[in-house]
Design a protein around this ligand. Sequence first.
Ligand code: ATP
Length: 251
Amino acid sequence: MVLEVRNITKRYGGITALKDISFSIRQGEVYGLIGPNGAGKTTMFNCITNFVEPTSGEVYFKGENITGLKPYKITERGICRTYQNIRLFPQMTVLQNVMVGGHSRLSSGVFKRVFRMKSQKHEEKRLMERAKELLELVGLGQMEKLFAENLSYGQQRRLEIARALAASPTLLLLDEPAAGMNETETENLYELIKKIQSMGVTILIIEYDMSLVMRLCDRIAVLNFGEKLAEGTPEEIQNDPAVIEAYLGKE
Ligand code: ATP
């Protein structure tokens, strides 16, 4: 297992955003988190990355308890994420945005030790080469010199993924990557996520586009009012009466 979420509860005052949620993700899987608005999906991402502290429960990553570690330490261990609302540096170039993602892991821990003996220039060059490779991967190779703010919405979403990949994650968390994308952009996103999976990266994805989720995911968990309603393969989820009732809609 790459990730084990054990009995996570998160309360905000009187609101229970997550109630005793457990699930595990295997190496190389694409695992989907779906459910209606306010079900607790983003709160789960925030608990995994410790952007918010869970009220109780634990998160294990590659067998180690990472609950309570500072978010940058969690990135350093190999969990990177994108956000529901795009968070780029709009007045930096596309290339610079990706290089920032590489720095976030280089600046601490094991990477710092590896690079301590090497010159700053060499480090920058390596980061730049890697960033260019990732821009090619996400289909933005021709756009490296543009300011991020001049990209289309779909391109900005792909740039966020490239930036998250720059830190060489073992586990990539994607928060609604297809939001605001047209059909062609969504299709390109599907291909991209499949490619990232084939590179050995494990993926946890929150997404509303059910056609995309069902084609992409190996397994899915359905959240509803902070509780885990169901878990299974796309086929199992699509045929689960409780899921149909609460989320997918009746025939
Ligand atoms: P959406 O798909 O609309 O983003 P979601 O499934 O990601 O929804 P969350 O954003 O995790 O849901 O929210 C779960 C619940 O927790 C909601 O009731 C929300 O209002 C509440 N919540 C989330 N963050 C906070 C916060 N910082 N303070 C108070 N309540 C919060």
